[in-house]
Design a protein around this ligand. Structure first.
Ligand code: UT7
Length: 311
């Protein structure tokens, strides 16, 4: 009996922006970006809006889950690049999907931790019995809020969306076993965007907070689940920087073979990064039913956390 991810979906824009393309735009190099971040290329949404991407990812997740749209009672969309000031991007996606008004729809603003926050909210609603089937989405058009003349940030981010249909199932072995989510508002200035302005980040500070926060939250979530790092079959971390991912894995004592990485291909897609990674891990056969999976993220807020799933 538990909360089960029934289906996953993604949307990735077809336009690829490589490090070599960036060399022509700002004073940077493929070597610097690769060594400092592990990123080789990212996707850029030229014609697609964040709603387009979120809707496409959701459509695929719904198809893969094999559910009827009418059954969805809750839509939680995580983004830091919403379509409008208000209403919530979730409501625009609800319209596009043709979901009935019986579905509640809202956004969560927790930056790169957004998908974990959304999954935790959905899990709580499902476990309380108030809702039975939820759609959670992480969608970002970060190319629209990045300063393309600032080499310290523009090389890091990419666009995309990922979605999951989540059900409470009486007969399921799958479940969210533990979640530990945090926020430290006193440090919001390390990573933020002024109204209609560009994303700003103190990279070194966020780097340290990410390694410490993700490692600590992971250990706490594992403890809550009654598990040890060696019990984890697969780690799906937020894809911001390969050095952060490796440092977290090292602190947990989990070998990199058990850690899913695709930051090289998409850069940091913020709230979309974990669902895109889950989707690809599943496609590649690295994520299988019954596995113990650790999710962890850190982002603006500052927000961070970890969740342990039995997939
Ligand atoms: O998703 C959650 C939020 N984000 C993150 O988790 C990102 C966290 N931070 C990071 O990933 C890293 O701090 C960065 C990748 C952003 C930067 O790496 P770093 O090793 O912390 O480099 P740095 O900021 O200390 O910069 C080192 C040097 C500086 O030059 P000086 O002062 O040493 O002469 C920068 O000006 O690298 C320079 N630099 C660049 N050089 C070439 C900064 N950006 C670039 C660039 N190309 N794109």
């Amino acid at each position: 009996m538990g909360t089960r991810i029934e289906g996953l979906g993604v949307y990735l824009p077809s336009e690829v922006l490589t490090n070599f393309d960036l060399e022509k735009m700002v004073d940077t190099s493929d070597e610097w970006i690769t060594q400092r971040t592990g990123i080789k290329e990212r996707r850029i949404a030229r014609s697609e809006s964040v709603v387009d991407m979120a809707t496409a990812a959701a459509e695929e997740a719904i198809r893969n889950a094999g559910v009827n749209k009418e059954e969805i009672e809750l839509v939680v969309l995580a983004t830091l690049s919403p379509e409008l000031g208000f209403p919530a991007t979730a409501c625009l996606v609800q319209e596009r999907l043709g979901l009935p008004p019986s579905a509640m729809a809202f956004d969560v603003s927790a930056a790169c931790s957004g998908f974990l926050y959304a999954l935790d909210v959905a899990d709580a609603y499902l476990k309380s019995g108030k809702k039975k089937l939820a759609l959670i989405i992480g969608a970002e058009k970060l190319s629209s809020i990045v300063d393309w003349s600032d080499r310290s940030t523009c090389v890091l981010f990419g666009d995309g969306a990922g979605a999951a249909v989540v059900r409470f199932d009486e007969n399921s072995e799958s479940d969210v076993l533990a979640s530990k989510l945090y926020a430290k508002g006193s440090e919001w200035r390390a990573l933020y965007r002024e109204n209609c302005g560009y994303l700003k980040m103190e990279g070194r500070k966020v780097f340290k907070e990410a390694v410490n926060g993700m490692a600590q939250a992971s250990l706490e979530a594992l403890r809550e689940a009654g598990l040890r790092p060696e019990d984890v079959d697969l780690v799906v971390p937020h894809q911001a920087n390969l050095r952060i991912i490796k440092a977290v894995a090292e602190r947990l004592g989990i070998p990199m073979e058990k850690v899913f990485v695709n930051v090289d291909r998409y850069g940091n897609t913020s709230a979309a990064s974990i669902p895109i990674a889950l989707y690809e891990a599943l496609k590649e056969g690295k994520l299988r039913r019954g596995m113990t999976v650790l999710l962890t993220a850190m982002g603006g807020g500052l927000t961070w956390g970890a969740m342990v799933l039995r997939y």
